[in-house]
Design a protein around this ligand. Structure first.
Ligand SMILES: *Cc1c(COP(=O)(O)O)cnc(C)c1O
Length: 405
């Protein structure tokens, strides 16, 4: 025990010395004042980096659905889905999500992280071509930790291809064992780089080389596509992707993760994945809230259009102010800072001097030298809030850069 405690202390010292120690910022969400939160000592903080992209977490229909279900069914599910944790809200939500992506079936998990880890792990543990043929996985180098956790959970041959690089992906597919089952795992919107994968090109390669496709649409569901089905819907390729995974915790503002796909594939994963079978299901109130949110968002075209208008406006204001914005094809607006301690210092000054919160993104989330602040405007971020943010950033960057130079 002493040995391990010493190890922990020394490791933490190293993490601190490298400027990578993570400290929580006290922020209490206010459902009816979003994006204003309550910070330390009751101070009101304007948050610019919530993943509640559409401000659905505090939407009246969502909160009421949660309260109604909570009163009717209580706080916890009381079991796994197989034991006693299935409510009508779970079933209805799965039907809604399958419909959202135009798939036969959907399966809920307790988070997006768990859905990736459990589903990818279950796929790679299977042996559809016989025991002698392991899966070959082709994984984008920027894939989220949850997909990597699934990939690493079983022995498989893993090929990491250069980010969104179709030449590299094809070169790797071309030399792969033709008899091995193949899985290409990728995201649509990459949240740290704010770029979008060429989904149709990936589908072309998958079809040419007989690979299955697994798409993480966590940062796109609820926002992209004519009915909020993600970039796969926007690009008209949802039917060419075998498994589409998403979260209820970002644009839908609630909690939980899911996969959608062919009936037998989803049923197989339901039947074998330990990360599904051996954990208590989502609270019925959460399933009910998420169902209300998905239904609302699919129909609320104005809200979704407003998100993109706000993101465009923030990008234009950063550009007009000469702020070093990183090019972004998505609703996420990153600002280049380029050094870990400076990135933290700018975030700290925004908070302390201006009551504004934006997350510093440092190594290892992004490579060294690419440290950034990440802004996620929502439909509720106003022009006046943008003016205040731009003024604060201009002041801070002018003085902080002098200190750092
Ligand atoms: C946030 C995130 C997840 C995990 O989703 P949660 O519901 O928060 O667990 C999965 N994939 C990507 C790309 C993410 O950014």
């Amino acid at each position: 025990m002493d040995l391990f405690r010493n190890f922990c202390r020394e490791s933490l010292d190293t993490i601190r010395a490298q400027g990578r120690y993570r400290q929580f910022t006290p922020l209490q969400k206010q459902a009816d004042r979003f994006p204003h939160y309550i910070g330390t000592d009751g101070r009101e903080i304007l948050v610019w980096s919530a993943n509640d992209y559409l401000a659905m977490g505090g939407h009246q229909a969502v909160v009421e659905a949660a309260c109604d279900a909570l009163r009717a069914m209580g706080a916890g599910a009381g079991g796994t889905r197989n034991i006693s944790g299935t409510s009508p809200a779970h079933d209805a939500l799965e039907a809604e999500l399958a419909d959202l992506h135009g798939k036969d079936a959907a399966l809920l998990f307790t988070s997006g992280f768990v859905s990736n880890q459990a589903a990818i792990g279950a796929i790679l543990a299977s042996r559809p071509m016989g025991a002698e043929h392991r899966w070959q996985v082709f994984s984008d180098e920027k894939n989220h930790a949850s997909m990597i956790a699934g990939i690493k959970s079983v022995p498989a041959d893993v090929q990491v291809f250069a980010h969104n690089d179709m030449v590299d992906l094809e070169a790797r597919l071309r030399v792969a064992d033709p008899l091995a089952p193949k899985l290409i795992a990728f995201e649509s919107v990459y949240s740290m780089d704010a770029d979008i994968a060429p989904l149709a090109a990936i589908c072309d390669l998958a079809e040419r080389y007989g690979a299955m496709t697994y798409l993480d649409e966590v940062h796109a569901v609820g926002m992209y596509g004519p009915t909020a089905g993600g970039v796969s819907e926007r690009d008209g390729v949802a039917d060419r992707i075998d498994i589409i995974e998403g979260t209820l915790a970002k644009a839908f503002g609630c909690h939980g993760g899911y996969i959608t796909g062919a009936a037998e594939v989803v049923d197989y994963i339901r039947s074998v994945a330990p990360g599904f079978i051996f954990t208590t299901s989502l609270p019925p109130s959460t399933a009910a809230a998420a169902l209300a949110s998905v239904r609302h968002v699919r129909a609320d075209h104005v809200r979704r259009a407003k998100l993109f208008e706000r993101a465009q406006t923030l990008k234009a204001r950063f550009d007009a102010a000469g702020l070093p914005r990183i090019a972004s094809e998505s609703h996420i607006v990153p600002l280049h800072i380029g050094e870990a301690s400076l990135c933290k210092a700018v975030s700290k000054r925004l908070l302390e001097e201006f009551g504004i919160y934006a997350t510093p993104i440092n190594y290892p989330t992004v490579p060294r030298g690419q440290e950034r602040l990440r802004f996620t405007p929502t439909p509720l971020h106003t022009d006046a809030m943008m003016d205040q943010l731009v003024d604060a950033l201009k002041q801070i960057l002018a003085t902080s850069q002098r200190l750092a130079a």
